[in-house]
Design a binder for this molecule. Structure first.
Ligand code: PLP
Length: 263
């Protein structure tokens, strides 16, 4: 009989499935494994997806989301939670209500649209993200498209990133990471809680196979928090992890391949 080892931190992703294995739940669980944590999943939606885009998406009933969450939390417990694709107002509000009752840190990736332009959240759900989901977030990790959707601010430079971060913090997350990777030049992210400001820079890697970057970053942050790191330490380590994952991204299918978790 194998001797049971110590219980690893338990990290929960509440997100959608990517059948192609590059983003969503699949990226989250790979990241959680890489960080030495125990990954668990509450599925919100199933997508038919590959390297060319999302061919179909089906949301799960709110009852199914609630039941999965209760099964995990009531028996196993969670050290940190990450949310991704939530699809609709109903699921945003369902998940926000569940997370309002947890003491575990919550990383919210306010997923809006995929890199191929496929909608992963209904436009009318943005208001619930602002008013219900962001207030329960320990860290929110929007990219600049999501920033524009949530705040109406079109960011073109670092001053704009700071302004957007202030607006986002006004919705209630403790920390925000504004991901500036879509701006020209060397990519920079801004992590702030309104008091501390951390500008995280990394050289740009010329690899188009970046599917799953956002999911991976948010999951890696949740892993760091589950391991007991403070937010700036967890975000820096997550950024380092994602940089490696992007460098190792590989072609798959005939479109955009995924970041890799083993390198
Ligand atoms: N599919 C699912 C289920 C996702 O959760 C996400 C992002 O969060 C994506 C696709 C989009 O991934 P990307 O924009 O990296 O292609």
């Amino acid at each position: 009989m194998p001797i049971p080892s110590a219980v690893p931190p338990r990290v929960l992703t509440v997100a959608g499935s990517d059948s192609g294995g590059g983003a969503g739940i699949q990226a989250d669980l790979k990241t959680m494994l890489a960080f030495g944590t125990h990954g668990m999943s509450v599925l919100t939606a199933v997508t038919a997806q590959n390297s060319l885009g999302v061919q179909g998406a089906w949301e799960l009933p709110a009852d199914a989301v609630r039941a999965q969450y209760r099964s995990v939390v009531d028996d196993i417990g969670v050290s940190a939670v990450k949310t991704g694709m939530l699809s609709s107002t109903l699921l945003v509000e369902t998940v926000a209500a569940l997370l309002a009752g947890t003491d575990a840190p919550v990383v919210v990736d306010p997923v809006g649209v995929s890199k191929h332009g496929d909608p992963l959240l209904a436009a009318e759900a943005l208001d619930s993200v602002r008013t219900k989901l962001l207030p329960v977030a320990t860290v929110a990790t929007p990219n600049l498209d999501e920033v524009a959707q949530l705040t109406g601010i079109t960011v073109t430079d670092e001053a704009g990133m700071r302004q957007a971060a202030d607006t986002l913090l006004g919705y209630g997350p403790r920390w925000v990471v504004v991901k500036g990777g879509h701006l020209p030049g060397e990519p920079v992210d801004l992590l702030t809680d309104g008091t501390e400001e951390h500008w995280l820079r990394a050289p740009r890697h010329d690899n188009r196979h970046t599917h799953g970057t956002g999911c991976t970053l948010a999951s890696a942050i949740a892993c760091g928090l589950a391991l007991g790191q403070d937010v700036p330490t967890a975000v820096r380590a997550a950024k380092t992890y994602v940089t490696g994952a992007i460098m190792a991204g590989f072609p798959l299918g005939s479109g955009i391949g995924p970041v890799d978790h083993v390198w």
